[in-house]
Design a protein. Structure first.
Length: 174
């Protein structure tokens, strides 16, 4: 069973920096990487839900991954960007933007270099961590982006494309 899990995690990952740590998400989940742009705030949204963007006519919800993980809010720089990912939510696929400090590179990570997440005790939920990639002398945290953005208590707060369009139209007085 361990060998099957290891092989399933093997592959290409887009790596990025967040609060000085390196993370990775499966490249097949990434739709595009864009620079920071104007984000329309959604009233009563939680702090990590930054709002929505209009990306070539499509409304995309945007989440600040630092805040999602309970990290300190960072200053946006010229390296800060939005990674648009496709996640499974309620049986459908949805594109969501995640704000990260900077994008690093695409790495091909072998299954043998990925370890399971250690047990930190019952107080720390690590279900969103796919594994830990040992690369050189460092470790990259591989994320299960569907779990990061798709859990029930969080996904209920992400507006659908239709809700986002209505909010933008309301803001513009249409």
């Amino acid at each position: 069973m361990e060998a099957m899990v290891t092989v399933a995690r093997e592959g290409k990952y887009l790596t990025f920096s967040l609060a000085g740590e390196e993370y990775g998400i499966g490249i097949l989940k990434v739709k595009e990487i864009i620079g920071m742009m104007t984000i329309t705030r959604i009233p009563q949204a939680p702090p990590d839900m930054r709002g929505v963007i209009n990306l070539r006519g499509k409304v995309i919800p945007v989440v600040d991954l630092r805040l999602r993980f309970g990290l300190e809010e960072g200053q946006y720089t010229e390296k800060t960007c939005i990674i648009v990912v496709e996640v499974a939510r309620a049986g459908a696929k949805q594109q969501i933007g995640i704000i990260v400090d900077s994008v690093s590179e695409v790495l091909n990570i072998r299954g043998g270099d990925i370890e399971n997440t250690p047990d930190f005790g019952s107080r720390l939920d690590t279900r969103f961590i796919l594994g830990l990639a040992k690369l050189g002398s460092g470790v990259k945290i591989l994320l299960d982006i569907d779990r990061v953005l798709g859990n029930e208590d969080f996904s209920a707060q992400i507006p659908t494309e239709e809700q986002g369009n209505r909010d933008i139209e309301k803001e513009m007085g249409i």
